[in-house]
Design a protein around this ligand. Structure first.
Ligand SMILES: NC(=O)c1ccc[n+]([C@@H]2O[C@H](COP(=O)([O-])OP(=O)(O)OC[C@H]3O[C@@H](n4cnc5c(N)ncnc54)[C@H](OP(=O)(O)O)[C@@H]3O)[C@@H](O)[C@H]2O)c1
Length: 323
């Protein structure tokens, strides 16, 4: 089969389209013929050598796909054969075929095209489990989303908006600010022009939950602006994981500081998130309360351009690779 491969770590030029054996499924797996794969920031880290796949996972990039189930293992209900689905995978999405168990496979919402559906799994699994399982976010609370226009950030915004939760975002350009304002962000702070800690202290007092991908100097500011019993959730450290901080606000305001990664979790854990998504988010697609934000679709052969675009922080929402 065709796949995007690389033989050494490096910049986007290390990737090429090549031939590799088609995955062989076991009794509990299905084989998906890929229509599209979502592109995520972790793919870039993996390509650079900073995010090795977990044991047993494919070395090929790609954490989410949409497509058609073309083969099923002996223990899989035959009703799944020929079904169009989207799936979170532990790797291998940038290829013609990818295998997975059913634990992370979801039907494609009718309101979403088969191509767009490739952009759902990675960010929806991540955002759901972090905001609600760890972050215990409630309807009457206020959420701050850093990296608001990222794939993760926009997913958090879409979910909060559809559930009637007030959210604010930080972004790095006026174009992204305009976009997030139009999407429904209560307040969008362009960190190039304003200090988010000052704006939040002066204009809204504080926030209850923060979803942060930045870390670094944001850490102290985050714990400073959280309300009593607030929760800080870090799912990446784009400004670095090492900080010097005054931790007193954590004690005084009884804050929770947490974080998580998704890829290394067990199938059982992922299946619980999948079920939550199907119960809570799929009805919101049906009601048209959530509409996917896809910035660009790239063809399989343009994968280098797609990675460059993401590395330049140009994307607003998700990027897709089409086969
Ligand atoms: N822990 C998990 O389970 C998990 C799962 C998925 C993704 N992630 C992480 O979540 C992050 C977002 O992923 P994604 O695919 O949504 O990425 P993305 O669409 O590429 O967005 C990342 C955005 O972060 C902002 N940014 C980049 N460098 C920054 C810096 N030094 N300081 C402040 N902002 C910076 C940029 O937006 P601006 O132009 O607005 O600054 C950029 O567009 C990645 O770091 C990824 O590794 C974690």
């Amino acid at each position: 089969m065709k796949a995007i491969l690389f033989d050494k770590y490096g910049d986007p030029s290390v990737m090429y389209s090549g031939e590799t054996p088609k995955p062989i499924i076991n009794n509990n797996e299905v084989l998906i013929k890929v229509a599209a794969a979502g592109i995520n920031r972790p793919d870039i880290l993996q390509r650079q050598g900073g995010y090795p796949p977990p044991k047993g996972a494919s070395e090929i990039l790609g954490l989410e796909v949409s497509g058609t189930i073309v083969e099923i293992g002996k223990n899989i209900d035959p009703k799944f054969k020929d079904k169009e689905v989207c799936a979170l995978v532990t790797g291998g999405g940038y290829a013609e075929y990818v295998k997975t168990t059913l634990a992370t496979v979801l039907p494609i919402p009718k309101e979403v095209s088969i191509i767009e559906a490739a952009a759902i799994p990675e960010t929806f699994f991540t955002v759901w489990t972090n905001l609600f399982d760890s972050g215990l976010l409630k309807k009457d609370e206020t959420l701050l989303i850093h990296g608001g226009a990222s794939g993760i950030g926009i997913t958090a915004a879409l979910i909060a908006q559809a559930m009637g939760i007030k959210y604010l975002t930080t972004v790095g350009s006026s174009k992204k600010k305009d976009f997030m304002d139009n999407l429904g962000s209560f307040k969008t702070i362009n960190y190039q022009d304003e200090d988010f800690e000052e704006v939040i202290k002066n204009e809204i007092d504080g926030v209850d939950v923060i979803l942060d991908i930045v870390g670094g100097e944001y850490f102290q500011k985050n714990i400073n602006i959280l309300n009593k019993f607030g929760r800080l959730i870090n799912i990446a450290y784009l400004q670095g994981p090492i900080v010097k901080a005054n931790l007193l606000p954590i004690m005084l305001k009884r804050l929770i500081v947490t974080g998580s990664t998704l890829r290394i979790r067990s199938d059982d854990e992922k299946q619980k998130i999948r079920d939550s998504l199907q119960n809570h988010i799929w009805p919101l697609f049906q009601k048209k309360s959530i509409k996917m934000v896809i910035d660009k679709e790239f063809s399989f052969n343009d994968v280098k351009k797609a990675h460059e675009y993401m590395e330049n922080n140009e994307n607003i929402g998700k990027l897709l690779l089409k086969f």
